[in-house]
Design a protein around this ligand. Sequence first.
Ligand code: NAD
Ligand code: MG
Length: 386
Amino acid sequence: MACTQKNVAILGSTGSIGCNTLRVIAESDGALRAKAISAHSRLDKLIEQAVWLKPDYVIATCPEKAEKQDWEGLPAGCQLRVGEDEMIKVTQQADVDVVVAAIVGAAGLQSTWAAVEAGKTVALANKETLVMAGPLVTTLAEKTGATILPVDSEHSAVFQALQAGRQDEVSRIILTASGGPFRHHSLEDLQDVRVAEALAHPTWKMGPKITIDSATMMNKALEIVEARWLFGLTPEQINVVIHPQSIVHSMVEFIDGSIIAQMSPPDMKLPIQYALCWPHRLAGCGEKLALHEPLALEFEPVDHERFPAVGLGLDVARAGGSGGAVLNAANEAAVAGFLENRIKFSDIVPACRTVFDEHPFETAPGLDRLLELDIWAREEVSRRWM
Ligand code: NAD
Ligand code: MG
């Protein structure tokens, strides 16, 4: 028995993380139960998931799309709820043990906040929440007793490796990055990247937004900021290294020079099950590493000229305050623009850098102010680059 039965609410169940979470639950031998599932679009898929796992609640967050959907196929015993407020109510119910925050982008902030406010265990995939409002969210968690457990593979690796020593013995963490599909592209080649090329990630299968973030390496910028707040590290303690095989998911170096790494084939089911079952583990979740065959692991430094996003992430982590919310919003606007062919691939990171550098910086903004700056940053990107 890996862990006692837990009721899980999956926010964003139809996405890449959401679907992997449901697979973990289905394979958990009754240790985990899907209590509630939510989606914004692709509601046919949401119904399919309801038929499969019979949750108590099925939540459609977009009322217009919910209205147009035929809900005939919803199994008896599943209650349909519509709208974001309903999702939040269900999330905060006493019989929900774990909330999986798997909505993409700033759209996930409000529900993640609500789960933390209710003192839940939050399996956090939605890194954007910590990028936008890291200090506010971690302070709230301390107050309510909520536990935030990382789903992001790098942060799960760090979380696992940290258990090898004391917090005051950590000298630094080393986040690994695959380098994405354009690891060997010259600066010139990066100018002409098309949407389909950027959506083809060499090692991970993920939703479109994070796939583009991986191609620009903005994903690593967001992960630096995420790690800063999640683990209470200084930006100087956070390093990034390119590791094309995506086998070593990240590392922790202790003061004696010992480095503890977490390794496994690239499969999000592993960090998901760890966040769902911590401090236990589920048996047989995903492929095992095949060590009877030759396995070469490579590590190389980041080329900051071709991938300036990593340096930008470190600057944003150093700045704190309003920086993360502005970076996140600028990036979301630029990625959406790129997917609609309205901004060039090679302009995404420069647009984020300019909006971050020029924004009216504040050291300790509240949530309302962060949301105002989020809107401002999106408008700036739109006005100046599209
Ligand atoms: P996705 O695009 O595949 O799925 C997003 C989910 O969010 C869907 O269920 C969608 O219906 C829902 N959603 C979208 N907009 C919404 C809105 N406005 N309101 C409510 N729900 C909404 O995304 P994904 O790749 O699964 O990523 C989800 C989160 O996990 C992101 O924050 C991403 O950075 C993070 N993450 C993903 C991976 C991965 O392997 N996919 C790895 C690490 C971290
Ligand atoms: Mg990651």
